[in-house]
Design a protein around this ligand. Structure first.
Ligand SMILES: [Zn+2]
Length: 234
């Protein structure tokens, strides 16, 4: 394995790329400006000193924990004792049903033997276009997971699930979040250390197979936080 060859699966925020969902505005990066201070060198300040406004679920790649659906406040940071995991990258074509694109058990079953024994599962949906780097998923009914697909992921003992869609559940599901809850077995298990990472992008030149995953997180105490999943070919 070559540690000098990292592959980031994160969609960057505030620069050339901008992937968002849930009717959230774009990430805003603005200089602090008040009577005492000008946070822009271009505008005459001494330093650049900018505020960043974003929503971890709505803007860019993020990792979330059961705190997303639980009554209690849980921090995704408490899910981690280490940040390196064995991972399997697979590419799947969702099934089309009544206008929905769904990742079903049948989509995942052919990969079950390869997934077995891995801590993390990385799913790239096909077609995989660079549109995913600059898309507003709001009101587009994006690809989601069927419950039998999620049950298979649970049965395969996956601890960290990474997907290139904005949610494992349907955009409009009446608030059920059934696939999220199935993954975390919530509320049967109040706090699970399993995580879901959404809105990743797996570049096309990255081939399916086994990787070492380094899941890097911004240290916000919240149910979700921006993340940078970095993989290394084994
Ligand atoms: Zn989310």
């Amino acid at each position: 394995m070559n540690l000098k060859n990292p592959i980031s699966l994160a969609i960057t925020m505030g620069g050339a790329h901008n992937s968002k969902a849930w009717y959230i505005p774009d990430v805003r990066i603005e200089p602090v400006m008040n009577e005492r201070f000008m946070g822009s060198v271009e505008k005459g300040g001494f330093v650049n000193f900018r505020n960043i406004t974003f929503n971890p679920h709505g803007n860019g790649t993020h990792t979330e924990c059961v705190g997303h659906v639980a009554k209690q406040v849980y921090s995704v940071l408490d899910c981690f004792e280490n940040y390196f995991f064995s991972a399997q990258l697979i590419s799947v074509t969702p099934e089309k049903t009544n206008g929905d694109n769904i990742i079903t058990k049948a989509c995942l079953l052919p990969f079950a033997e390869k997934i077995k024994g891995k801590e993390a599962l990385i799913i790239r949906t096909l077609p995989n276009t660079e549109q995913k780097l600059n898309i507003d998923y709001s009101n587009t009914n994006p690809t989601y997971f069927s419950l039998d697909a999620m049950q298979l992921i649970v049965d395969l003992n996956i601890t960290h699930l990474l997907v290139d869609v904005p949610s494992v559940d349907r955009e409009e599901d009446g608030g059920a979040l059934a696939a999220h809850k199935l993954f975390w077995d919530y509320p049967n298990i109040p706090f699970s250390k399993k995580t879901i990472t959404e809105l990743i992008f797996v570049p096309n030149q990255v081939v399916d197979g086994e990787y070492l995953l380094n899941l890097q997180l911004a240290p916000f105490v919240n149910d979700a936080t921006p993340s940078n999943p970095v993989i290394y070919k084994i």
